[in-house]
Design a protein around this ligand. Structure first.
Ligand code: ATP
Ligand code: MG
Length: 218
């Protein structure tokens, strides 16, 4: 195995976080512990490419995320909010690679997000900067399109230790406890006047109530 004298891998969890929920936070913790990551950077996106605009504006989503963290190895990273225009993951990875030149980078993705990978801007270059760690997600199967199947045939690994030996370029499937929670479902419950207790951290719940986020459909 190649040993580049690398430091501990760093996890990256990008998302809309509209709002952050315990599914996101447990994903970060599971990856941290299972892969021996130095830390996980949670990176809220500013302007999405693939989806309708978030309901809550970026700075407020960032604040909710910051308040939700109570773990020294989970770090909120606002770098996408400091850039104008669409938040392309490839641009974020270029800056992360510059900041953490000697660490393997592990981009954490739910299977639903991985399925759409070929639609991402410059998707074929992503693995030049990071590994992909794909976690199972309720409601998403592993029925991947041919381009992804071919990619997996080339770079999928079964041994997580390989992630720490090379800086980028591999894909690992990590099985974590399933939590059937999504921001879409949280928003729908609020709009319906139902409770979201225990689906989001208490501080996030409080911010949502105080600011009356998500009460009316946009
Ligand atoms: P929305 O319903 O608005 O799309 P979401 O719950 O899917 O929100 P995102 O911000 O879109 O949250 O997700 C960020 C990343 O976290 C994605 O890679 C997604 O697959 C992953 N993720 C979100 N929720 C879960 C969950 N419950 N289990 C596993 N992965 C998750
Ligand atoms: Mg999503």
């Amino acid at each position: 195995m190649i040993d580049h004298g690398l430091e501990q891998p760093i996890g990256i969890l990008g998302g809309t976080f509209d709002p952050v929920h315990v599914g996101h936070l447990r994903l970060a913790i599971e990856a941290l512990e299972r892969l021996g990551l130095a830390h996980v950077r949670l990176i809220p996106l500013n302007n999405p490419n693939h989806r309708t605009s978030p309901m809550v504006e970026a700075q407020r989503r960032l604040q909710m995320l910051q308040k939700s963290i109570d773990h020294a190895q989970l770090i909120v990273d606002p770098r996408e909010l400091e850039r104008e225009g669409v938040s392309y993951t490839i641009d974020t990875l270029v800056t992360l690679r510059a900041d953490f030149a000697n660490h393997p980078l592990c981009l954490l993705l739910g299977a639903d997000a991985f399925k759409g990978l070929c639609g991402w801007h410059r998707w074929e270059e992503l693995l030049d900067y990071c590994h992909l760690v794909v976690v199972n997600r309720p409601g998403s199967n592993s029925d991947f399109e041919p381009r992804l199947q071919q990619l997996l045939e080339r770079v999928q690994i079964a041994d997580p230790d390989i992630l720490r030996c090379v800086p980028c370029g591999r894909i690992l499937f990590l099985s974590i406890p399933l939590l059937p929670i999504s921001s879409t479902d949280v928003r729908a419950r609020i709009a319906d006047g139902r409770s979201i207790s225990y689906l989001v951290p208490p501080s996030v719940h409080q911010s949502i109530l105080q600011n009356e986020y998500y009460k009316s459909p946009k």
